[in-house]
Write a protein that binds this ligand. Structure first.
Ligand code: C5P
Ligand code: MG
Length: 197
């Protein structure tokens, strides 16, 4: 993390909306650092002897949200370790606890520019995750039971957070039901202010 306050863009959308895919494109084109809260939690879960491994795995399987103290510390550590200044934070903040914890811990340390919201109908999102599971994603939550719960969490807990940011005029929405390239054409429009690398 450099001396000036880092720039942050949050990336939100339902499970299977394409957050990881679009973040990879943004990294390539605009030189951002991609921090996926889900990936960081899966990595922490897999560390031998991790104090939080079991708790994280239970939340992931149940599609519920890990306490923010754990997730926010993983995000802050990842940011601190990095020299770069532009960060995509993918899959966070997912509920009110995430938002409150972030505000407490990071509110003064970063500039949140906007929230990229990948919007796609539930059936498309669920089918993408099921295909990903069948194609061997190895994720313990790309199965019908976990997906039902993930969708409930998204509708009940994450949508209100997106509405909160929308009231602050911070949401940049794209139609994420389209193919990867068409979605990225829309995404690019929102990153024009960041120099292309
Ligand atoms: O974003 P992703 O689909 O990779 O998240 C997978 C799971 O990780 C979520 O369903 C949730 O259980 C956990 N997670 C979390 N808090 C976040 C992001 C992800 O608990 N902010
Ligand atoms: Mg992801």
């Amino acid at each position: 993390m450099s001396a000036s306050k880092p720039n942050v863009v949050f990336v939100l959308g339902g499970p299977g909306a394409g957050k990881g895919t679009q973040c990879a494109n943004i990294v390539k084109t605009f030189g951002f650092v991609h921090l996926s809260a889900g990936d960081l939690l899966r990595e922490e879960r897999s560390k031998p002897g991790s104090e939080f491994g079991e708790l994280i795995e239970k939340h992931i399987r149940d599609g519920t949200i890990v306490p923010v103290e754990i997730t926010c510390s993983l995000l802050e550590n990842a940011m601190t370790k990095n020299e770069k200044n532009n960060f995509l934070i993918d899959g966070f903040p997912r509920n009110q606890d995430n938002l409150d914890g972030w505000t407490r811990q990071m509110g003064d340390k970063v500039n949140v520019h906007f929230v990229l919201f990948l919007e796609a109908p539930e059936d498309i999102c669920v089918n993408r995750c099921l295909s990903r599971g069948q194609a061997g994603s190895g994720r313990s939550d790309d199965n019908p039971e976990s997906l039902k719960k993930r969708v409930v969490t998204y509708n009940n807990d994450t949508m209100p957070i997106i509405s909160h940011f929308d009231k602050l005029s911070l949401v940049r929405k794209v139609d994420a039901a389209k193919g990867t390239e068409e979605v990225f054409d829309q995404v690019k429009e929102h990153f024009k202010g960041f120099v292309e690398s």
